[in-house]
Design a protein around this ligand. Structure first.
Ligand code: MLT
Length: 252
């Protein structure tokens, strides 16, 4: 029986984040679904939903619709950072559709008041400038780890290019949606399927205590730390992410 895994990208990137991971996972016998979340990459916004408050629930519904359309009843849902927030929201909406959960460089906590205010300020700034240039300058230092900054100029440039290519409207929408997300620890406590929590040891955006609290909340989790890697493990350490995913998938 073939099984399906969905890979959800981080903010403010696109599905190419997973380019170094999809091959090894497919070779291990898995069907890999890699969407651009709404407002990013090739995914534009719908119609009527634009009038509603930005909410990651829309992104989770989009993923469920994709699964419906391709006739997949259950899948492993894997998300990197914002993709992890969407994965947790998808589990809230449709736990019966999730056969395994993979949380990469993400967190279950909601924003503090300060972080929320900062997101809303950034959303307004990006929207009024019609550009993600200031955002790329602000985010890049923390988005990848020290080791990547020191040794992988190609990765840093790739991430910068993705941010500059991102649609300012999609970026503003996602910032407002992330600002509204709830704490997900109670959700994780209800995840009875196997889960993998994976993070880069140099992740400055979702640091170690965030990872430990997700591992503690999940009833059936395994934890993998990738050394010398920052917040964007799928592009900073694709081989280590692929190996951890393939091992996890073989176990479920
Ligand atoms: C991401 O990488 O998706 C973002 O850092 C998530 C966030 O801003 O919380």
């Amino acid at each position: 029986m073939t099984s399906t895994i969905v890979l959800l990208h981080a903010f403010p990137l696109n599905k190419s984040l997973w380019d170094g991971v999809t091959g090894p996972v497919a070779e291990a016998g898995w069907d890999v679904v890699v969407p651009d979340l709404r407002g990013f990459g090739e995914s534009s916004f719908g119609g009527e939903d634009l009038d509603d408050e930005p909410d990651l629930a829309w992104m989770a519904r989009d993923v469920l619709e994709i699964l419906d359309r391709i006739g997949v009843e259950q899948a492993v849902i894997a998300g990197s950072s914002m993709g992890g927030y969407v994965a947790m929201e998808l589990f809230r909406q449709a736990p019966q559709r999730v056969s395994g959960l993979v949380l990469i460089d993400t967190k279950a906590t909601a924003d503090t008041d300060e972080a929320r205010a900062n997101r809303l300020r950034v959303a307004d700034q990006v929207e009024s400038a019609g550009s993600t240039e200031a955002l790329s300058r602000a985010m890049l230092p923390n988005l990848v780890g020290v080791t990547t900054h020191d040794t992988r100029a190609d990765v840093v440039e790739q991430v910068r290019t993705w941010i500059l290519e991102a649609d300012p409207y999609g970026v503003a929408w996602a910032q407002r949606a992330m600002a509204a997300r709830p704490d997900s620890h109670a959700t994780l406590a209800n995840v009875s399927v196997p889960a993998l929590v994976l993070w880069g040891s140099e992740d400055a955006i979702s640091p170690r205590p965030e990872q430990d609290s997700m591992v503690a909340a999940l009833p059936r989790s395994r934890a993998v730390e990738i050394p010398g890697c920052g917040h964007l493990a799928p592009i900073e350490s694709p081989d280590a992410v692929s190996a951890a995913l393939v091992e996890f998938l073989a176990s479920i």
